[in-house]
Each structure stands twice: as C-alpha cells, then as structure tokens.
Design a protein around this ligand. Structure first.
Ligand code: MN
Length: 228
C-alpha cells in the first residue's frame, strides 16, 4: 500500500539551457512596481518605496515550448515581461554583499496578470492571488546558468504578433536583483529552486487567444509562445 491515497503531483521543473539537466522549482516570488515608468502607467508613485512582493504557485510555470492556456475569469489578461532570477542556494537574512552569490541563473519570463481582477482587488484592499497566481501564469524560457555573470543594462523586450510593446533596460530596476534577494530573505527563508520575477517595465497590455508573444533578455534568453 502506498503511503499516499493518490499519487503526489509531480514537481515543477524548467529546462536549463545548454544541457539535459532541469531546474526544480521550489517557490515563485514576484515583485511589483519595480520600474518607475510602469508604476506611473499603473497610477502609482514612481518611487522605490517599500517592495511589493507576491507569489505564484510553483506549477504556474509554462516551459518547453508549451503554450499557456488562456485563463478563465478575466476580460483583461495582460503581459508583463520580466527578468527572472533562479536561485541555486538560499538562506534567511542574506547580506546584500552575498546576495548575487545565491543566483544560479537567469531567464526571461512573463508575469501573466488578470488586470481586471487585480484592479478590483486593489480597489477593495484585497489580496492579488486570483490576479497573479493562476494556472499557466508564468511562461518561462530555459534558465541560463549565470557562471559569474549578471545582467547589468541588458534590454528586456516583448512583442505581440510582431509589434513591440515593452522595451527597457534592466538597469532601470528600482530594486536591483541583489536588493530583492536581500529584502525577500528578511521575510522568507529562500531556497535553492526559488524563482524571482523581478517586475515589468512600462508597456503592459492585453492579450487575446491566438496572440503570439516573443520576449528577449538581450544576450541571455528568448521566449516565444502563443495564448491558446
Ligand atoms: Mn509583474
């Protein structure tokens, strides 16, 4: 007799570029309002303030060329292209100077968002979970091992059906990667296998079924998918 009454769900994994190994996902952390121009377009003050963290379930990742399923319950699904950090080790209270030493690699990803549900949640002071943490809400490219390199001023872009919608330098992050890891580790014990979506630049907008989305973290990572 098995120790479980039914088979446990498989762990979510993401391909690692350049090899056959896969990155086992532990948690997906996200930060909001991390580019001034995006904060402005969302009606927030374009300042650093306090970091806005939220999470997605680990099995929200969509990779290996699979296309995300258009989610139910929204009339306004938005794309948010983001630099995604993959951790190779973790800890609590990680010093700023040590933070980048915990990075395993980077990839480009999309924080799919039910913008209508997010707006309603913001208006009522409710949590963002249904706006952010739904099935297939985290399309992600293969993770590129950092091997001592870290994105500095690479351009992050997203186009829909061949038309560019988002383009910004990761140098414009209000909370840079090291500071995000430091701040998150004061709230959670970070672990190898954690992913961190670092926020989106300006130009977010709606997606429809059939739209083809192409994203790039310049010199690092490309991602292409269709909404199905
Ligand atoms: Mn986002």
């Amino acid at each position: 007799m098995s120790m479980y009454p039914f088979p446990p769900a498989p762990i979510a994994t993401v391909p690692i570029a350049g090899g056959a190994q896969r990155f086992p996902v532990h948690r997906i952390y996200c930060i909001g309002r991390n580019y001034a121009e995006h904060a402005k377009e969302m009606g927030s003050a374009p300042e650093k303030g306090t970091p806005v963290f939220f999470m997605k379930p680990a099995d929200a990742v969509v990779c290996d060329g699979r296309d995300p399923r258009f989610p139910p319950g929204t009339g306004n699904l938005h794309h948010e292209v983001e630099l995604v950090v993959a951790l190779g080790s973790g800890g609590a209270d990680i010093a700023l100077a040590d933070a980048l030493g915990h990075v395993y690699g980077y990839a480009v990803g999309v924080d799919l968002t039910r913008r209508d549900l997010q707006a309603a949640a913001k208006a009522r002071g409710n949590p963002w979970d249904t706006a952010k943490g739904f099935d297939d809400s985290a399309p992600l490219a293969a993770i590129v091992p950092a091997q001592g390199r870290h994105p500095q001023a690479e351009v992050l872009t997203l186009s829909v059906n061949g038309v560019e919608r988002q383009a910004a330098s990761v140098a414009d992050l209000l909370w840079p990667v090291a500071e995000i890891i430091h701040e998150l580790s004061r709230l959670y014990t970070l672990c190898a296998g954690d992913l961190i979506f670092t926020g989106t630049p300006a130009g977010v907008g709606p997606l429809r079924r059939g739209d083809v989305v192409e994203c790039r973290l310049q010199g690092w990572s490309d991602l292409r998918f269709a909404m199905v």
